[in-house]
Ligand binder design. Structure first.
Ligand code: G
Ligand code: G
Ligand code: NA
Ligand code: MN
Length: 257
């Protein structure tokens, strides 16, 4: 179909871009990291979200090429910002299940770090349930190898999966990203507050970093602060922005609290 043909063209003609969304350290209010988010500047359609094309990219296997491009671009950007003397920043990259389950994923990550010169400790890979469900032994092995490289791993959309707690039992990860469905109606005294508090407490017990995603309002932020959530990300602080705008943000070094 034409979306597939257009996607192939997009790769050849480099129509992809990365936007960046800050992740805020709730102890200091400073920017601690950035999530790289893929965008497709599709001729005649304009800026297109991955929601529109990720499924097709997965089905056709094009996600491998696109994902490799995203990883390299994000690492190179983070290394470039560091060499400009801007505050060192963790860069988070979403990996699709297909990409994560490739035989050569560890090699791809290692090569990319080498080529881009990014210190592995500044790279965080975001995995969803689709990656973790498949083959527990294989996944444990890949996570172990990534840890040996010094790369960080986050579980994205935490809490909405079918076996969220068993991921924590089986897999040694660094970060939990609380799914934004728990944040959107987060208010003191709500059921969501009880759940979010429990996730934060669980993360603390396991010595994991916890990031709340989709934070849009000050009451949500206040609630997260009251439970000592480590970091937050969402429209309240900034939408995902192009690299140039993100760079100005880094130069300004704002305090969001
Ligand atoms: O940025 P936005 O809300 O439009 O992203 C929509 C979805 O696409 C989210 O689920 C996000 O995780 C996913 N996504 C964004 N960038 C990437 C990427 O580089 N690779 C993969 N596999 N998914 C991405
Ligand atoms: O699946 P993942 O968690 O990677 O999805 C990230 C997506 O969430 C991005 O596409 C980003 O545009 C979107 N996003 C980021 N902040 C907010 C927010 O505050 N509210 C909503 N509704 N979406 C957000
Ligand atoms: Na993500
Ligand atoms: Mn998410």
């Amino acid at each position: 179909i034409s979306l597939e043909a257009d996607l192939r063209k997009a790769i050849a003609q480099e129509q992809f871009e990365l936007y960046y969304q800050p992740q805020i350290d709730l102890a200091t209010g400073a920017i601690a990291g950035a999530e790289a988010l893929l965008r497709w500047r599709r001729p005649e359609f304009g800026l297109t979200s991955p929601n529109v094309f990720i499924d097709i990219a997965e089905e056709t296997g094009l996600i491998n090429e696109i994902g490799a491009w995203v990883l390299a671009k994000a690492c190179r950007q983070a290394a470039a910002w560091q060499s400009l003397g801007l505050a060192p920043l963790r860069i988070s990259v979403n990996l699709s299940p297909l990409q994560f389950l490739r035989q050569d994923i560890v090699q791809v990550v290692e090569n990319t770090l080498e080529e881009t010169g990014l210190d592995p400790g500044f790279l965080e890979l975001e995995l969803t349930e689709g990656s973790l469900l498949k083959d527990v032994e294989r996944t444990r092995q890949v996570l172990r190898s990534l840890k040996e490289l010094g790369v960080r791993v986050a579980i994205d959309d935490f809490g909405v999966g079918f076996s969220s707690l068993s991921y924590l039992k089986n897999f040694d990860v660094d970060t939990l990203k609380i799914d934004r469905s728990f944040i959107s109606s987060l208010l003191a005294g709500s059921r969501d507050e009880a759940i979010v508090r429990a996730i934060i407490s669980l993360a603390r017990s396991l010595e994991l970093k916890v990031i709340a995603e989709g934070v849009e309002t000050n009451p949500q932020l206040a609630c997260l602060l009251s439970h000592a959530c480590n970091e937050a990300q969402g429209y309240l602080f900034s939408r995902p922005v192009p690299s140039g705008i993100f760079e100005s943000l880094l130069r300004d070094d704002p305090r969001y609290l």
